[in-house]
Design a protein around this ligand. Structure first.
Ligand code: FAD
Length: 484
């Protein structure tokens, strides 16, 4: 039985595409019960969403479709409204008798923050009570400060303070209750449905895994096994040693509180405490980069460390294209970039390797790489991506100075010693022996014939000399630092 009450309280879904452990939903349910209201769920398709369409949009809309399906099965339709924000809200307002309150999980940075400010102004004008919640992170961007005041810029010090803070626990939502509280109408804005239908029509990627059930299944599988080997295995891209939960976390299909809580449960029971603790520490990195981004809102465009502003980056379209297409002649870089193209995801170790290669070996601007990841990743998260790129480019929060230049061949030998990952993504190299897989240019002509891989024809020679490029980048950074 759906609810026919006149007074309505709305839950605004955004990048929190789930029904469990959802703060806005949880508190809206309490409010609806206490104030005798019906619950209306909505999603707003912002006009900007129709302008660009990348893999992450594809993944996002499929995740949205998944949560709408789950909600519809519980007879709680998630209505879709479109147009500019005010127009979309007005559509809701004109369809209900009395819109009392709105509940949503807020954003603290970027486009989301600007949108929230606009929304708040409208709600206030209409005397609609707004209740907002911190959802996406365990520790909020303003919860930790240095003793001397201001945000931390060094992760190790931040981590100490992060560990001391009580983390929020999961919120349990009774699905049976949802049906009885849900608002009676089944459609609200047919234009919104049409706009969303068109966007879903653009989805072409065959994602096997979307939706809350898939996220929980992957989380359980990880907690049951891989987490207890995480510290040792997380750097090897050929092994499923990491959780691969980032796309779910990004779109809020899985709650960070639930994930943290499950990790703590394993930690309590296991003897592999170091392994599990390393995993928990990665969740702190996520909070750290979010906090840095909130306190440096211009860091998508500017170097966080002012010492490294004004680096004379190289503009070389051919080099950039070779990096993007995975044809650099450095097998580990090429395999990583092809994994990104094929799956919309890349292993963390490889993100560091390819980012270092672009910014240090090729001396191409980190902003170019950051934007390319934005277009290519399904887990694209502005804060983590900017943090990761600025770390790799030595312009951000890395405690080690700019001398950190990854040697791609050495990284390959260390983290893909048998070449399994390379062979999975660079089929030209599948018959190259382990002795040459990390640097195929070391093969003699005879060995190339034998492997069916002629350098310069089947697979490119290395596009740069790593040693020589290392000297150039170190000199460049030194000069800029001295000048600044
Ligand atoms: P796991 O190893 O299982 O870790 C668990 C979770 O912890 C991850 O899902 C993620 O949410 C968080 N996490 C782990 N490592 C980091 C880290 N270094 N920084 C922040 N959070 C972390 N992560 C994104 O979610 N979106 C991005 O756009 C993104 N861009 C990156 C760009 C660069 C250049 C680099 C070096 C890293 C980037 N990362 C990004 C961080 C990291 O690579 C991914 O979070 C991780 O690879 C996701 O895989 P996983 O879920 O298996 O991670």
């Amino acid at each position: 039985m759906s609810n026919t009450k006149d007074a309505v309280v709305a839950v605004w879904f955004r990048s929190d595409l789930r029904l469990q452990d959802h703060p806005a939903l949880y508190h809206a349910m309490q409010y609806a019960k206490e104030n005798d209201c019906a619950l209306l769920f909505f999603f707003h398709v912002h006009p900007a969403l129709s302008k660009t369409f990348t893999k992450r949009h594809d993944y996002f809309f499929r995740s949205l479709a998944a949560v709408r399906k789950t909600a519809a099965d519980l007879k709680c339709p998630v209505h879709v409204v479109s147009g500019e924000l005010e127009e979309a809200f007005a559509t809701i307002q004109s369809s209900v008798k009395s819109w009392q309150a709105v509940f949503y999980n807020k954003d603290d940075v970027g486009f989301g923050k600007q949108r929230d400010e606009k929304a708040e102004a409208w709600f206030s004008k209409q005397s609609i009570k707004s209740h907002t919640f911190e959802d996406s992170h365990l520790v909020g961007p303003y919860d930790i400060e240095k003793k001397s005041g201001g945000p931390y810029l060094v992760f190790s010090s931040y981590l100490k303070a992060w560990r001391d803070i009580d983390k929020p626990v999961p919120l349990s939502i009774e699905e049976e209750e949802l049906e009885s509280l849900a608002w009676r109408k089944t459609t609200l804005d047919t234009e919104g449905e049409k706009v969303l239908g068109d966007l879903l029509g653009k989805c072409e990627m065959p994602w096997k895994h979307t939706g809350e059930d898939a996220a929980r299944k992957r989380m359980r599988a990880f907690m049951n096994k891989a987490i207890t080997g995480y510290h040792e295995k997380r750097d090897f891209p050929a092994i499923a040693g990491t959780s691969r939960l980032s796309p779910y976390l990004k779109n809020g299909v899985l709650s960070i509180r639930t994930l943290h809580h499950e990790a703590l449960r394993v930690l309590e029971k296991t003897s592999a405490t170091k392994q599990v603790d390393t995993y928990i520490q990665e969740l702190a990195w996520r909070d750290f980069y979010y906090m840095v981004h909130v306190h440096h809102p211009d860091s998508k465009d500017n170097e966080i460390d002012a010492n490294y502003r004004g680096i004379p980056w190289t503009t070389n379209e051919e080099w950039l294209d070779r990096w993007k297409t995975g044809t650099t002649g450095f097998p580990i870089v090429d395999a990583a970039m092809r994994q990104l193209e094929k799956t919309g995801w890349m292993h963390n170790r490889l993100r560091m390797v390819v980012a270092s290669f672009l910014t240090k070996d090729l001396l191409i601007d980190w902003r170019v790489g950051e934007r390319f990841f934005e277009e290519s990743l399904i887990d694209y998260d502005a804060s983590s991506n900017i943090g990761g790129w600025q770390w790799a480019a030595s312009t951000g929060t890395d405690a080690v100075p700019y001398f950190r230049v990854f040697n791609p061949t050495r990284q390959s030998e260390r983290f893909d010693d048998e070449g399994d990952f390379i062979r999975a993504y660079v089929p030209e190299l599948k018959n190259v022996s382990n002795a040459h897989i990390h640097a195929p240019e070391t093969m003699s002509e005879e060995e190339q014939q034998e492997a069916g891989c002629i350098l310069g024809k089947d697979y490119p020679k290395p596009m740069v000399d790593h040693k020589a490029r290392r000297h150039i980048v170190l000199d460049t950074f030194k000069q800029v630092k001295e000048k600044n």
